[in-house]
Design a protein around this ligand. Structure first.
Ligand code: FES
Ligand code: FE2
Length: 461
């Protein structure tokens, strides 16, 4: 994958002995057509922009190092076409949206959403040119305020995936997007790096979310039918807080309650606060596009703000580059940490440790998916759904009342809780929403009841 791995410098003041910077790992980072990761990601539906960005005027987007135009016909059908007109290359962002397509501003060619050339008005009426040519076109789907496209081979279009995290009682899904001027992988793999929450989000400047995030948790990483999760476990007096973030391969991630403090609400299986794709824009730029979820379970303290979610904006600190340079230096956030890893982080310069097990596992799974597709395998989501035809996900927070035990015994207890609760959640994934949530909650409740064997005066909070 990389030329070779960098060794530690062995002497103080030894910067002079550094080797030249090695090349990036093209297999996992490059996304242009014909690249290995790029071809993998193209096999899944990808978000390209928010619905609000496409009104009566066309909208130019870039993805995988290619340029596209997204537009609505006058009858509100959404189309995605190659940006440059098949005639002589004028950008269709300057085109006119009509009843059944978009008309190039230069010589008036009219294109349908499927790429058909409907009119070439400068040619004689009997011209057959339009019957022989197509503009590059891609399937489009608008869903809950986001426009998605399918950029893979047209004979392998997967069903548009619906994940179970969308269907939570009272859930309001607010779309948002943020551009990152760096490679997609370093932004995506951050979701499998729970240790950064201890430092970047808590100890380094101040508690971005809650003080408990600053305690280094027990960290486990587990494969799921659609990717992987981390399982972090922390003790909060007589509560145990267990959290799993989800990666759905190749480039979708889900994150739990952002301001969880392990104290204020008792919960067995609270679902998702963020569903977000990391769309590769090109090799050195990417864009987070997804939804913030707002409902009682993931926002019990009412801290989040749906009104702050939209184009280049979300409702928690450090997610974009809009703050002053000084402020970003004083209170760095995810954006600053990830963008500053270089335009494309160099794996050959890293010294990976205990903290990085999730990152290593994610890279390994991505490589496996790439090889699977290259060997003729199918994208994984086509084979995974629950009894309602919806794809199960695993992201959650659980805050459980489990009295503290003495010394090492408590560490062993936390270990056992992490494994058992995760097992219950993953094993209930075949059930539909109305069955899975009560099933998982009852099972966890029953398990927690078996652990109340220590004399204590504390009550669940
Ligand atoms: S360049 Fe588009 S119609 Fe001529
Ligand atoms: Fe973060």
């Amino acid at each position: 994958m990389t030329d070779r791995r960098k060794q530690f410098l062995k002497v103080p003041y030894g910067g002079y002995h550094n080797d030249p910077i090695p090349d990036e790992d093209p297999t996992l980072t490059h996304v242009e057509k014909g690249s290995r990761a790029g071809d993998l990601i193209r096999r899944y539906w990808q978000p390209v922009c928010l619905s609000e960005e496409v009104g009566e005027l066309p909208h130019r987007v870039r993805a995988f190092g290619e340029d596209f135009v997204v537009f609505r016909t006058k009858d509100k059908t959404v189309g995605i076409l190659d940006l440059h007109c098949a005639h002589r290359g004028t950008s269709l962002e300057f085109g006119m949206c009509e009843g059944d397509g978009i008309r190039c501003c230069y010589h008036g060619w009219l294109f349908g959403c499927d790429g058909r050339i409907i009119e070439t008005p400068g040619d004689p009426p009997n011209s057959k040119l339009k019957d022989r040519l197509f503009q590059g076109a891609y399937r489009a789907k608008e869903y809950k305020g986001i426009i998605f496209g399918y950029f893979g081979p047209p004979d392998t279009v997967p069903d548009f995936p619906i994940y179970d995290s969308y269907d939570v009682d009272g859930n309001e899904m607010r779309p948002y997007s943020i551009n990152y001027p760096c490679n997609w992988l370093q932004v995506h793999e951050n979701v499998m790096d729970p240790a950064h929450a201890v430092f970047l989000h808590t100890r380094i400047s101040y508690s971005h979310f809650a003080d408990i995030w600053g305690e280094l948790p027990d960290m486990k990483f587990q494969e799921t039918p659609t990717g992987m999760i981390y399982v972090t476990t922390r003790r909060s007096e007589n509560n145990v807080w267990l959290r799993s973030n989800d990666i759905i391969l190749p480039n979708l991630a889900q994150v739990g309650h952002i301001w969880e403090d392990g104290k204020h609400s008792y919960k067995e299986f609270a679902r998702v606060a963020i569903t977000r794709w990391t769309l590769p824009v090109d090799n050195e730029n990417c864009k987070i596009i997804g939804w913030r979820h707002f409902h009682e379970e993931v926002n019990p303290l009412g801290i989040g703000d749906p009104e702050k979610c939209g184009v280049e904006s979300v409702d928690f600190v450090g997610q974009g580059g809009e703050r002053s340079y000084e402020e970003r230096q004083r209170v760095p956030g995810d954006y600053d940490a990830q963008v500053s890893q270089r335009p494309i982080a160099r794996h050959g310069l890293e010294h990976l440790t205990h903290c990085d097990k999730g990152v290593v596992m994610l890279r390994r799974l991505l490589l496996r998916e790439i090889r699977n597709l290259e060997d003729g395998g199918a994208p994984h989501t086509s084979a995974v759904s629950n009894s309602e035809g919806v794809i199960p996900t695993y992201c959650h927070d659980s805050v459980l009342h489990i009295p503290k035990r003495e010394g090492d015994e408590d560490d062993a207890l936390l270990d056992q809780v992490a494994l058992t609760v995760t097992d219950i959640i993953v094993n209930g994934d075949h059930l539909g929403k109305d069955d899975r949530i009560p099933h998982v909650r009852e099972k966890i409740k029953a398990y927690v009841a078996t652990l109340q064997d220590i004399e204590t005066e504390s009550e669940p909070v």
